[in-house]
Design a protein around this ligand. Structure first.
Ligand code: GLY
Ligand code: MN
Ligand code: MN
Length: 358
């Protein structure tokens, strides 16, 4: 990460303010810039220049902030926090802010507390910088992917008839954290049977039966970076139909992945997967985009969809085709992929080439 990257296209600005609100208004750019691995940092801010940054924090996270090696300004009250930040910005005419993350309420307050200052939205340059991962970010993403892959087989070994989806979800989290994850990257999706046809399903009380698809979409968080991987197996003996669905999704995933490299439009990769699925009797049964960027957020940025996005070196994206048949079930295979200059590297473990019967 180079601080100057977030200033690209904003030559007239010397400082960028990144502000966190409460739990639902944490700007992940705070962690992108500071690199801090622990802590909530509610109500904290960063003021960045092109070559340094200051962290404005409360005592709750002061120790963690200090370990980052950045300059720390601590406040013991909200009033003091506002004062510290206003003083830091007072020398400027115009300051950059990340409007894609600030709430309207937060932005109104920032303007009110800094009456003379003008603010400029620099969210696009921040987003652009965050899309291309640094060596440190890539190593965190690889570890998150590896932790997720390593535990999968042991979860399959524990599948038993009558088990609930929520129990499998709990096992995934327990095993990932036992294997070094700081937590799950998102609420795991575990769908048995007909529930596997709902792409963004939440696990419930459905009990596992012989012949069910078992779809698990899960991922570890490691030093704040996310993995996002989906595997689908059958509990018991698979039918020919189930195998056909799996093979079609597998083909779509592999053929799309072959295309991934810097300079390629993600839209074309998405279209390749759709063309393969739409050439079969499962036409129209993939109702989502093929993949998205991952990083500090699971859905970090647009990547493989119907929108243009020229892939760039060191983006990390998912390749996740699926076929979903309501009332019957669905298959999704999802891997995380590092975009390289002349190709790509799958950073999640390789999925099975055939439908696994557990
Ligand atoms: N885990 C949600 C997704 O794959 O996008
Ligand atoms: Mn995904
Ligand atoms: Mn997923």
């Amino acid at each position: 990460m180079a601080l100057k990257d977030i200033f690209k296209g904003h030559e007239g600005i010397n400082k960028i303010l990144i502000s966190n609100g409460g739990e639902n208004a944490i700007d992940k750019t705070f962690f992108y810039l500071s690199g801090v691995e622990a802590g909530l940092f509610e109500g904290s801010s960063i003021v960045a220049t092109r070559d340094s940054l200051k962290m404005f924090v409360f005592p709750l996270e002061e120790e963690i902030a200090k370990q980052s090696g950045h300059e720390i300004v601590s406040a013991t009250s909200l009033a003091q926090m506002k004062d510290n930040i206003s003083r830091e910005l007072a020398s400027e005419k115009e300051v950059g802010v990340n409007l894609s993350s600030l709430t309207v309420n937060m932005f109104d307050k920032i303007k009110e507390e800094n009456g003379k200052l003008k603010f400029r939205d620099v969210s696009e340059s921040i987003q652009n910088a965050r899309m291309q991962k640094s060596a440190d970010e890539i190593s965190r993403l690889k570890e998150a992917a590896n932790i997720s892959g390593e535990i999968y087989e042991s979860v399959l070994n524990e599948l038993k008839e009558g088990m609930k989806e929520t129990e499998v979800a709990a096992l995934l989290v327990w095993k990932m954290m036992s294997n070094g994850a700081s937590g799950p990257a998102f609420g795991s999706i575990v769908g048995f049977g007909e529930n596997s046809a709902i792409p963004h399903y939440s696990p419930g009380n459905r009990k596992l039966k012989k012949g069910d698809f078992v779809l698990t979409d899960y991922g570890a968080q490691y030093k704040r970076y996310c993995a996002d991987t989906t595997r689908t197996v059958v509990f018991g003996k698979a039918t020919e139909e189930q195998k056909e669905i799996y093979n079609t999704v597998h083909e779509a995933q592999s053929r799309a992945m072959e295309m991934i490299r810097a300079g390629v439009n993600g839209k074309a990769v998405n279209q390749k997967a759709l063309d393969i699925i739409d050439a079969t009797k499962y036409k129209g049964k993939m109702m989502h985009g093929l993949g998205h960027g991952i990083g500090l957020e699971v859905h970090d940025h647009n990547a493989l969809s119907t929108k243009d996005m020229v892939l760039r070196e060191n983006m990390v994206i998912t390749d996740e085709p699926g076929i979903y048949i309501p009332g019957f079930g669905g298959v999704r295979i999802e891997d995380d992929v590092l975009v390289k200059k002349d190709g790509h590297e799958r950073i999640t473990h390789k999925p099975s080439d055939f439908l696994i019967e557990v």
